[in-house]
Every structure is written in C-alpha cells, then in structure tokens.
Design a protein around this ligand. Structure first.
Ligand SMILES: [Zn+2]
Length: 252
C-alpha cells in the first residue's frame, strides 16, 4: 500500500455488508479505483463519498485489492446539476460512459480532466445535451473507435455537404454518395458539427448554438454510431431516452 494525494471524482458507491460501502473514485493520479469505507454512515467520509463529489483525497492505494481513503480536503459538489433531474441524468450518463471506456487502475489524467471540465460546464449552465454529444464524440477513441468526420473517405476533400457511410466507416462527399446506396442520408450539418465536436476547445463552446431539430438528428446518429461501433448499453443512457419520451408527452 502506498499513500497518495490526488484529486478525485466519486463515480458511485454501493452498499457492502452491514454498514460498509464500496466507493468507486476516478482519481487523477491513479485512474479509477475501488475504495472500502467501513461503517460508512458513521464515518467522517459519509458526505464525501456521494456520486459527483470532487475532492482532494489522501488515499492508501493498493494495486491488487481495495484501496482506502485516509482523509480529504477541498470538497466541491455540483449543486446545480444535483438539483435538476435532466442535468443530473446527463451527468450520470457521461460519468458511466467514462467508467465503461477505460479499465480500472489505468492512469488517464486527460480523461479525468475532460470529465471534470465537462461537468463544470454543465454546472455553469451550458447546454448539457451538446456537452454530452461532445463527450460522446471525443471518448469514442477510448473505445478503440476512430472515425474521421473531416474529409471524404474516397477523395479526401473537405468542407462539403457530407453524408456518413457505415459500410466505409467514413464520410462521403456528393461525388461519392453513390458508393453506398445505404448511406445514412444525414442532414450535412450533423457530420459538420461532429467534426467540430471532435476538436473543439471548451472556450469555443459559447459560440455553438444548435436548434432542437438538429439536436435530435445528432442524438439519433450518435445512437447509431454507438450501437454499431461501441455496443454498450448503459442503464443511465436508457434513463435519458425514457426521460426524453416523457418530456415529449408533457409538451404535447
Ligand atoms: Zn469524395
């Protein structure tokens, strides 16, 4: 066991035996780890092991078994996210996506930063659906999926009204639409935006505005991409889909 001090984000906790808990924390220094908290309800750690809590943890890290939290400081919580069922469900989804994308114990400070930054922007009130789409597009690489939304797969030209072909796992320009008669028939704004999302800097986010119809088209296309190339089915994603259906019923 070695003692380490690191920023961490609580992914989830679950009950273990009588009053103990297992807590999964994504740490900046040591990747995702499972921590054992004894007598959790009476512990000084009770408040800091709630999902979506960020803190600096003083930890005893084990590479083979469970790790332990010795102490913590500089706790912050996402208050606005926790108070809004929509924001909370999207935040929960990207957290579970990050959990699914990399193995436990794997050092990945870049993904850690990206996840925390995305949650901070949701907390600040930026569009949580678009932030989720950006997260989904950029994390594809962690699932071993590399898609080019920038140029035609055949002639490599850029800046055209592209469509996507699952057959060729890439874009088709108007001159090459005919290569795949089962192409996606996308609104060309969908691949255009996904191309921007792949490389976007968070500072540029303020300038992106997407209307509801286009958002729905992006959602459907990303669902198809995830079905085809990633193939995971997260409960938190199903919850978002159901929430969307209820939202529609309440609007109409
Ligand atoms: Zn082409």
């Amino acid at each position: 066991m070695q003692t380490k001090v690191s920023k961490g984000l609580v992914l989830y906790n679950r009950n273990f035996r009588e009053d103990d808990k297992l807590v999964k924390i994504f740490t900046e220094s040591s990747g995702k780890r499972m921590f054992f908290v004894k007598h959790a309800s009476k512990s000084k750690l009770a408040s800091v092991i709630q999902p979506l809590t960020v803190a600096e943890f003083i930890m005893k890290i084990s590479d083979s078994g469970l790790s332990y939290i010795e102490d913590y400081r500089e706790v912050s919580v996402f208050k606005a996210i926790n108070e809004d069922i929509f924001k909370l469900s999207y935040a929960t989804y990207i957290v579970s996506l990050a959990d699914a994308a990399v193995n436990d114990n794997q050092y990945d400070p870049h993904l850690f930063d990206f996840l925390v930054k995305t949650l901070e922007l949701m907390e600040q009130g930026l569009d949580y659906e678009i932030l989720t789409n950006i997260f989904e597009v950029q994390i594809l690489e962690r699932f071993g999926v590399q898609l080019n939304f920038h140029e035609c797969a055949f002639c490599h030209r850029v800046g055209l009204p592209f469509d996507f072909s699952f057959k060729y796992s890439g874009l088709l320009c108007p001159d090459h639409y005919h290569q795949d008669e089962k192409r996606s028939f996308l609104n060309p704004n969908v691949p255009y935006l996904l191309d921007r999302f792949q490389t976007i800097k968070f500072d540029d986010l303020q300038t992106i505005s997407v209307n509801d119809d286009l958002k729905r088209e992006i959602r459907l296309f990303l669902d198809a991409i995830y079905d085809d190339y990633v193939g995971i089915h997260l409960k938190s994603k199903k919850f978002i889909d159901d929430l969307g259906k209820w939202g529609q019923i309440m609007k109409s």
